[in-house]
Write a new protein. Structure first.
Length: 369
């Protein structure tokens, strides 16, 4: 039988299939009656373990038609890069033959998340017809930290509670952490992340797969006197970022251009200027300093996005994880006369209504950060 060389490209996080007609050397269809098949993807031809294994289906045995397929879950688990694959058939006499071989290119697919910008909801109530589409912000609620309904969270298309995150991976940004005022805790969020969901994996594994597929996790931190940062930092460690909330308080003399605000407050200054965060800033109609920051971050391997006015401390930072990013704010709820980055000041402050500009800026970090 003839051996086909066929190179294929698979977008991670998507369902994939490819069909092949197999021929005899004389060009006639290969009768596959009684055959079984196996197809593996490996980093190198000599690699011991397979990166993934295709499902091999015999669509039309008489005419030699087979199908290779991978589920969305299987392609999500593949790290983007170049691999090799082959298809081995075994006949009724246990004779094995390689019938197809080639390169396997796993490519990160971030197009659906970007397309979500086109249908960014303009009203408080999302369009029910969008239920199956990739959308923008998802919020992960717990008993201690629930999304404040008084502000409507107009740009959070859906919130998730309980022991499963459901279809949260269909959203371009998943927000978790502090949603309420200076009260409550995030201990039950740590418990939720360790829980096993309906897919048979823990929620932290679910989020790791989401990051591998190019997702954005936005951790909403808060000053330690409001929410204990030991647990917050435990959660950040589980998520796989080196960024930590260090709970350092500013002296009142550092209040910056806004004058003598409350002790410990300062204005966040944009320092990441190679992406789209300048449009986030401009969208609020505020000058360069945005919001306030009581709690700073230990950035470690991360990248600062906003710092204090004297640039001595970091208020917001991000770090790449897999093919996605984790975005961390040391102070989420803000306060005083400022607005936190990403707010829509026409519809409520303190991150009630994250904007289309913030979504674009966070997604831009995935592609260009």
């Amino acid at each position: 039988m003839a051996v086909y060389v066929n190179n294929i490209t698979v977008d991670t996080g998507t369902n994939f299939y490819r069909e092949f007609y197999l021929d005899n050397i004389d060009g006639t269809p290969l009768d596959l009656t009684g055959y079984t098949g196996k197809s593996e993807v490996r980093k190198h031809p000599e690699s011991v373990g397979a990166a993934t294994t295709f499902s091999v289906s015999f669509v039309d045995r008489t005419n030699g038609l087979i199908r290779l397929s991978l589920s969305k879950k299987e392609t999500t688990a593949i790290k983007p890069g170049r691999y090799v694959y082959d298809v081995m058939l075994t006949d009724s006499y246990s004779k094995k033959s390689i019938v197809v071989e080639g390169m396997f290119n796993a490519r990160l697919d971030v197009t659906p998340f970007g397309a979500a910008l086109d249908n960014f909801p303009a009203s408080e109530t999302p369009d029910p017809s969008d239920a199956g589409a990739i959308r923008q912000f998802a919020g992960v609620e717990t008993d201690q930290q629930s999304v404040r309904s008084s502000a409507g969270f107009k740009r959070y298309n859906e919130t998730f509670t309980g022991g499963t995150l459901g279809n949260a991976d269909q959203y371009g940004v998943i927000a978790l952490g502090v949603f309420t005022t200076c009260s409550g805790d995030v201990g039950d969020l740590e418990t939720l992340l360790d829980a096993t969901n309906s897919q048979g994996i823990t929620n932290i594994e679910f989020l790791n797969n989401y990051l591998m597929n190019g997702g954005v996790i936005w951790f909403r931190g808060e000053y330690g006197n409001c929410v204990g940062n030991t647990v917050s930092n435990n959660i950040l460690a589980k998520l796989g970022t080196s960024i930590r909330i260090d709970n350092i308080t500013l002296p009142s003399s550092s209040a910056g251009w806004m004058g003598p605000l409350q002790s410990g407050r300062d204005n966040a200054k944009l320092v990441y200027t190679s992406g789209k965060f300048e449009s986030v800033q401009e969208s609020t109609g505020l000058p360069i300093p945005l919001g306030t920051s009581w709690a700073s971050l230990s950035v470690n391997s991360g990248t600062p996005v906003y710092k204090t006015s004297d640039e001595s401390r970091t208020a917001f930072a991000y770090e790449r994880k897999g093919n996605g990013i984790i975005f961390v704010g040391g102070e989420t709820l803000s306060g005083g006369s400022g607005f936190a980055v990403g707010n829509n000041d026409d519809e409520g402050d303190y991150w009630y209504a994250p904007t289309k500009e913030l979504y674009a800026a966070l997604r831009d970090l995935v592609i260009n950060g």
